[in-house]
Design a protein around this ligand. Structure first.
Ligand code: XIL
Length: 488
């Protein structure tokens, strides 16, 4: 098997406990890039030239669970509150960059880029600004705030939300009432963008708002008209941020239309504050796909890491639970990004030890800990890397695979003569029976469908049952995500 020696999974193969290949590997230099791509949100997004980010609260950086997830999964950071006016300039001319700096320092130490959020916004605005009634004073205060803040962070911010939420809800399609609108008039947005371009010409300048995801909404159309007008008159704008705070129903079906319509104006589009009440897997996957379908949709940011970090208390809208464990929506998001496939550019490598992750659940094929006997029924559980969740894949003469659990040494087995839909899988001593052999067919998302040679049915978790302890069974193949398995 000489091709194996240059395979990207060589390192994994070399460290596998039951590796048969060590002898042939001594003459080989493993490439430093020989890691599986697309196994985290950030690397999967990067595979298509995009980023995957999160909002970060400076006060949580000292929490090791939080920062471990942050640095493993995300390559873009938006400060959740630390660059807002009430923090940065609480009194006129008195600037406080400490909290924002702590996030920027973290990002630069971990190779993450930054979105700056936000320079001009009616909310989290100190009273001293809101009470200014004189246009010349407010203009100079606004421009000084933009100039001083952007200068402080010059060269460290990939994109700034220059103006946030300036449009009204409801059917008007007009700007909302705010001190900036009421004292300076319609032109305040344009003025803010022109000032910003002069301060840091290398930062992308974005307009950011919520409820502008549904194409036919008056608010969406109002922002669209503004961006079109800016582009036609040469007002500097580079990007539009759709906040993407969605209810339990997920994104509007027109999201892709909206993203592509803005992009066609010649701006980047980003989903800047994504969270979805109850975090349905379908809603997350649909949202991610709408971005991936448009070349100028350049990145996605979720508004927090764990549900307990979310500003939407009680709605469980994020990708990690309170304990930092990946939720089903995580797996759906990673798969939609094209990540999680086990073997980039290759296939399953015989003799390699894998975890088999159920794409619908983001949980892995698990032989319950400590239950190593023949007949132990199998389930999915949160992946933790223990031996009862690891399976060695060995290729058989007929091209099928035998999957051996590294804790028990027993193999993935469909009980003999129980071929029907709903038969639960177990482990059993290897005997090379057809009921212990699995054909692996690669799917478009990089996952595999595993078909039992005896029954011709596919390995699955029951539809909709994604939690810890969900049974692993066989069923007629139907292409569902609950029948997709990622080898990692
Ligand atoms: C939210 C933060 O998450 C909260 O911590 C804070 O109390 C209020 O603001 N639109 C935005 C974000 O642009 O800045 C908001 O963030 C959420 C809505």
């Amino acid at each position: 098997m000489p091709w194996l020696t240059t395979h990207p999974l060589l390192r994994k193969a070399l460290t596998a406990a039951a590796c048969l290949l060590v002898g042939s590997a001594t003459a080989v230099t493993a490439s430093p890039t020989a890691t599986a791509a697309g196994t985290t949100l950030g690397t999967a997004a990067a595979d298509s030239g995009r980023y995957f980010g999160t909002a970060v609260a400076a006060g949580r950086l000292g929490d090791p669970t939080y920062s471990a997830i942050l640095d493993r999964e995300f390559n873009m950071i938006t400060p959740e509150n630390e660059m807002k006016w009430d923090t940065v300039e609480p009194a006129r001319g008195s600037f406080n960059f400490g909290p924002g700096d702590s996030i920027v320092n973290h990002a630069s130490a971990h190779g993450q880029r930054m979105r700056g959020h936000t320079l001009v916004w009616h909310s989290q605005l100190p009273n001293w600004v809101g009470s200014i009634g004189d246009a010349n004073t407010l203009r100079s205060v606004m421009n000084n705030h933009i100039t001083t803040t952007m200068n402080h962070y010059k060269g460290k911010i990939y994109a700034w939300d220059v103006v946030n939420e300036a449009f009204a809800d409801g059917g008007s399609g007009q700007h909302r009432s705010s001190v900036f609108q009421n004292v300076l008039g319609d032109g305040f947005i344009e003025e803010a963008f022109r000032t910003a371009r002069n301060v840091d010409p290398s930062a992308k300048l974005c307009y950011n708002d919520y409820n502008i995801e549904n194409w036919t909404d008056a608010k969406t159309q109002g922002v669209y008209r503004m961006v079109k007008d800016f582009k036609s008159r040469g007002v500097p704008i580079d990007c539009v941020g759709l906040q993407a705070h969605f209810g339990a129903g997920g994104p509007p079906s027109s999201l892709r239309t909206t993203v592509s319509a803005f992009a066609a104006l010649g701006v980047d589009v980003q989903l800047t504050e994504l969270d979805i009440a109850q975090a349905s897997t379908t809603a997350y996957a649909d949202t991610v796909r709408a971005c991936l379908d448009v070349a100028r949709c350049t990145g996605i940011t979720v508004w927090g890491i764990r549900d307990s970090d979310s500003w939407r208390g009680g709605e469980n809208p994020l990708l990690f639970d309170n304990g930092g464990t990946k939720k089903p929506a995580y797996g759906a998001t990673l798969s939609a990004l094209g990540g999680g496939g086990g073997t980039p550019g290759g296939g399953i490598v015989s003799g390699t030890v894998y975890t088999l992750s159920a794409a619908a659940a983001g949980r892995v094929l698990d032989q319950p800990a400590g239950q190593n006997g023949n007949g132990t029924p199998l389930q999915v559980w949160d992946g933790g890397g223990a031996s009862n969740q690891k399976w060695r894949a060995d290729r058989n003469a007929d091209g099928s695979w035998t999957l051996t659990n590294t804790a028990s040494g027993r193999v993935l087995d469909q009980p003999a003569n129980q071929l029907g839909n709903g038969t639960r899988m177990q482990v059993w001593d290897a005997n090379n029976g057809a009921n212990q052999r699995w054909r692996a067919d690669r799917n478009g998302d990089g996952s595999y469908t595993l078909t039992n040679v005896a029954s011709g049915r596919a390995l699955e978790i029951p539809g909709g049952q994604t939690g810890n302890g969900a049974a692993v069974q066989v069923w007629d193949a139907n292409g569902g995500a609950n029948q997709h398995w990622n080898f990692r």
